[in-house]
Design a protein around this ligand. Structure first.
Ligand SMILES: Cc1ncc(COP(=O)(O)O)c(C=O)c1O
Length: 396
């Protein structure tokens, strides 16, 4: 099928939930993508912070191909080697004692919400079921996770929403403390808000949230679906703050493109789940597991985190230089390779023009340009992206 025909067929047969760019992507390698006409793009979206090791990473490809020949799926009625190995790797390299596997970020957050409620039900009394979440947060698209998400635009038209969620402004410790009641069982937040616009809290914020949770005997749940697996320059973003959560959710980069989510917890909390409480047919699927094992081994054994920190700092500096040149840039922010420009104009035009010039970037919240490239990019890739941004912004 040719480009135009394919787009028409897609629009005719796929539900209208995405506003797609008029490009048909056919191949990828590293930080590069190619479309159906053979045109090359520099990818600073990475499938929305998913392909952190770049497209078609050889270790991931080999692992999945080998597994495909052996075993694709058996359900969780039986033990498998890949699931056990990935659980061990995650436990060895995080605060957690136990892992639950699923297939997406929303599903990981659903599992976290259920575990928090079940733990509270058994240890805090049946009245404590409420989670405090943050305004401008994003936790997924299921009914419970749009309710946890502190943005009305994602909830509109889907009422009635489940009870048990209350919202406070991000980075506001007083508001959090004031919102805690005898119904509260925990706090759910992203260490850095992604969809909300790469909002980075004050240096001591997470540590203070931890103290507040401890003082009130409630759970701290971190949604690291976007920040986890190296995006901020550490394996998990909580490591920057010197604290540990009680529950954490992962997805996106964990499988480098294979769909996999995980919910991790301390043993004391995980014990609230017993057989029958929660499940997922595909969760822990061997193909997704071997991809995630390859991702974690690569990140831990090669210098991916160091590259992310180094190239991230360089990128931040270049974006700050761009800010000095263009008044439309009102703020530059980021950590590792999770960066953003706040503009005083709509970001969509810039995103479209960058696409025409061979650079894929993404916008969140109308006036924010977000950059979440693969963590393996070089300073030369950054230079190329900056050259395109510079050219596009010159006309604004
Ligand atoms: C922080 C965060 N949590 C949850 C999700 C939902 O993940 P998924 O789309 O895999 O359900 C996202 C997706 O953007 C996210 O950024």
């Amino acid at each position: 099928m040719k480009e135009k025909e394919l787009m028409a067929a897609a629009n005719e047969n796929i539900m209208n939930t995405y506003k797609r760019f008029p490009v048909v992507i056919t191949e990828g390698a590293g930080a590069k993508l190619w479309d159906i006409n053979g045109r090359e793009y520099l990818d600073f979206v990475a499938g929305i912070a998913v392909c952190s090791l770049g497209h078609s990473h050889p270790q991931v490809v080999v692992a999945v191909k080998e597994q495909l020949d052996k075993l694709t799926h058996v359900s969780n009625l039986y033990y498998t080697q890949p699931q056990t190995q990935l659980a061990e790797l995650l436990v060895e390299n995080s605060f957690a004692d136990k892992v639950f596997f699923c297939n997406s970020g929303a599903e990981a957050n659903e599992a976290a919400i259920k575990l928090a409620r079940k733990y509270a039900h058994e240890n805090m009394g049946t009245e404590r079921f409420e989670l405090i979440t943050m305004k401008d947060s994003f936790h997924g698209r299921t009914i419970a996770t749009i309710t946890a998400t502190g943005q009305e635009k994602f909830q509109f038209g889907f009422a009635p929403l489940p009870a048990g969620f209350t919202y406070v402004p991000f980075n506001d410790l007083k508001a959090l403390e004031n919102a805690i009641s005898d119904k509260t069982c925990g706090v759910l937040l992203e260490p850095i808000q992604g969809e909300g616009g790469v909002n980075i809290p004050d240096e001591n914020y997470l540590a203070e949230v931890r103290k507040i949770c401890d003082r009130h005997g409630i759970l701290l749940i971190l949604d690291e679906v976007q920040t986890g697996i190296g995006r901020t320059g550490k394996l998990f973003a909580y490591e920057h703050s010197g604290i540990k959560p009680d529950i954490m959710t992962l997805a996106k980069a964990l499988g480098n493109g294979l769909p996999v989510g995980a919910m991790l917890a301390k043993d004391k909390i995980a014990q609230a789940f017993v057989p029958g409480n929660h499940a997922s047919t595909f969760g822990g699927n061997p193909l997704a597991m071997v991809a995630a094992i390859a991702v974690l081994r690569t990140i831990l054994q090669e210098n991916v985190l160091e590259n992310c920190r180094k190239v991230g700092e360089y990128f931040l500096l270049q974006l700050k230089k761009l800010q000095q040149k263009y008044k439309i840039i009102t703020e530059v922010r980021g950590r590792g390779l999770m960066l953003a420009l706040k503009l005083d104009i709509e970001a969509a035009d810039i995103v479209n023009e960058c696409l025409h010039q061979g650079l894929l970037i993404n916008s969140t919240g109308g006036k924010i340009l977000r950059f979440v490239p693969p963590l393996i990019i070089t300073t030369r890739d950054v230079d190329r992206a900056i050259e395109v941004l510079d050219r596009v912004m010159e006309g604004k």
